[in-house]
Design a protein. Structure first.
Length: 331
């Protein structure tokens, strides 16, 4: 399969989290067929990371990495003269294909890089966390995400926050007999909405998204429960932000910080254009795999959308870029 055919074949294997088993099976077999020493790294049940090295260099200094899982809903591939469409086309199965082709080209030039393909990036980085327990001694990790083929000088972190408000049920005709948990939650969210968020020079501002809200029993019942999930994109350490959130909410709600991926500045290389990744990646969970770089074809603006695509010329350019970066790092 050529670069475009491999991309489409990967897209056509449904692998929305946590259904990565079949795409992992295909990749392991395909990499063996191409001459790699490929093996599965168990994560959970049928979910496996795939690690591939060349038989003549089992401990490479450079590893290319990206993820196999996608967000829902699945839709299969299609293409025209300029683009390949489908779930995962740019996030990140086109990247995965480009990394395989780059690794093959580099081997022909006497440079041996490893491949690490992970499960669970779109939810909790379960694959990355498991892989981080078994590093192979690499010095550099080149992670693939849609960066428009520009090196990321930083990647924003993430802070997951859950607010839970509690009240007392009552008949809605007599609100004075109850206590509305929804009113408490709305007030807490308003306080957070008006709170000034931190900014970092050359990276930008921390942002907030209220992702889900639930609560109440019925329209004629004073609600005794309400809950919201929030997602902050970090541009620095989270300690002060956590304190601000807790202080702003006060006793209106219980505040739970459920997960964090830290903000990271990344290595760049002279002569290559840069960007800031406003999204979170597996990199904070792969600290034992070497100094990280972030680079890949495609635009994050079309990832997770109903018209996800990657430009064919960007895939071709990505193979060249991955080779160029690996050569710079190995020189």
């Amino acid at each position: 399969m050529d670069l475009f055919s491999l991309t489409r074949h990967l897209v056509d294997i449904e692998s929305t989290t946590p259904n990565e088993g079949p795409v992992g099976e295909f990749l392991c077999a395909e990499l063996v067929r191409r001459g790699f020493d490929a093996r599965k790294m168990s994560v959970e049940g049928a979910r496996n990371n795939i690690l591939a090295t060349w038989p003549d260099n089992p401990r490479p200094q450079i590893v290319f990495s990206t993820h196999m899982d996608t967000v829902p809903p699945f839709f299969p591939s299609s293409e025209d003269g300029e683009r390949i469409y489908g779930r995962g086309a740019c996030d990140a199965k086109g990247i995965l294909a480009a990394q395989i082709f780059a690794a093959e080209r580099l081997r022909a030039d006497g440079i041996f890089v490893g491949l690490l393909f992970l499960v669970g990036e779109e939810t909790n980085s379960a694959g990355a966390l498991k892989a981080n327990e078994k590093p192979i001694g690499s010095r550099f990790l080149i992670n693939g995400e849609p960066t428009d083929n520009r090196l990321a000088l930083a990647t924003k972190g993430s802070l997951h926050v859950v607010l839970t408000a509690r009240g007392n049920m009552a008949h809605s005709a007599y609100p004075e007999l109850g206590e509305s948990a929804i009113d408490k939650l709305v007030e807490a969210l308003h306080k957070l909405h008006t709170m000034k968020l931190p900014e970092t020079v050359d990276v930008g501002a921390c942002t907030k998204n209220v992702g889900t809200i639930e609560g109440g029993r019925a329209r004629n019942v004073i609600p005794d429960f309400a809950r919201a999930e929030l997602f902050y994109r970090l541009v620095g350490p989270s300690d002060n932000l956590r304190g601000q959130i807790t202080h702003a909410v006060g006793d209106l709600c219980e505040v739970e910080f459920t997960r964090e991926a830290r903000f990271m500045r990344l290595r760049t290389l002279d002569g290559l254009p840069t960007m800031v990744a406003a999204f979170t990646t597996d990199i904070p969970s792969l600290t034992n795999w070497g100094e990280p770089l972030l680079l890949g074809p495609g635009s994050i603006h079309v990832a997770h959308t109903e018209h996800e695509f990657v430009r064919k010329n960007e895939l071709v350019d990505a193979v060249d870029l991955y080779c160029s970066v690996a050569k710079k790092l190995s020189s």
